[in-house]
Design a protein around this ligand. Sequence first.
Ligand code: SF4
Length: 381
Amino acid sequence: QCIAVCPTGALTELDQVDKVWKALNDPDQFVVVQTAPAVRVALGEGFGLEPGTIVTGKMVAALRRLGFDRVFDTDFAADLTIMEEATELVHRIQHGGRLPLLTSCCPAWVKFFEHQFPDLLDIPSTCKSPHEMLGVLIKSYYARTLGIDPKSITVVSVMPCVAKKYEAARPELAQGAETADVDIVITTRELIRMIREASIHFDHLKEQEFDHPLGESTGASVIFGATGGVLEAALRTAYEVLTGETLEKVEFEVLRGMEGLKEAVIPISGRDYRAAVIHGLGNARTVLEKIRAGESNYDVIEIMACPGGCIGGGGQPYHHGNLEILSERAQGLYREDRAKPLRKSHENPAIIGLYKDYLGEPYGERAHKLLHTSYVARKKI
Ligand code: SF4
């Protein structure tokens, strides 16, 4: 393993490509890969394509060519995250729980929070981030389906993110299935390197589909990769749970765009819900200090550390802060959302089947054991 410097200089990037090759060459390991929403709109840049070009099918084909035994989609788990997070939000609203609920799928943000606001650890959602949810399901539900010992499964996550490498090593994310939920995390840039090292002609690949059932996803999960996308996806589900009515217009345009702090008032069933979307930890600090001082009345807040959300992650092809590149990547995700036949997480048939066959109720006992986590008060640095 070697250490490479991340583009912001704030973090060092642990290079884990050699570990992936080793797992792929080990005949005793069943190696499963998953890819985050934001990877598919940036990976093509490594092969000369324009930012925002959607290369999902070619990416899946390349991963199979590299030798992975299954190719799953973190988008599936993004739908699952929405099931859990939207239910948690509705539960807090209906049972007088503490608000605002803060999203928890960005590990850089979570770590910042643990260091800087250890007195507010009860407000972030307890949901694990999507790739961790998928990892634990692969090591439990899917291992049982295949009749494989979870210890013989290696889960590799391809992420736009450097912080997910640290997240995967958190000890509390290894409890659900008695092995780490995710074994190895590589970034989009590392995957580009692997595809080049294997002399795969990316442009010439025929598109392929993810494996089932953990590869099925809705449009709601695709937009997770752009700032505002997690909250928009959660609202698509929370609206229908709270009202019992169909949400006809699924786009919440007010939550989209590149401003560091966006605010919206969303009327649902006669109550106005105050929502905010934040990217950048400086913006997050400002809002969190207001919450600490009792000067804020938000119900729900999405927070992402990177500019534009995960599309601008530290593991993506370098964007050098170019907003046009970030905007093209975001538009790629919104196009993919529009093209999906299903655009609400709770309509994903594979998710419905998973709850019926294995998890039970959203936010129920088994879901809590496998899909939720806890946070640690850390020293201020
Ligand atoms: Fe990682 Fe950045 Fe996405 Fe946070 S916003 S999960 S740090 S890529």
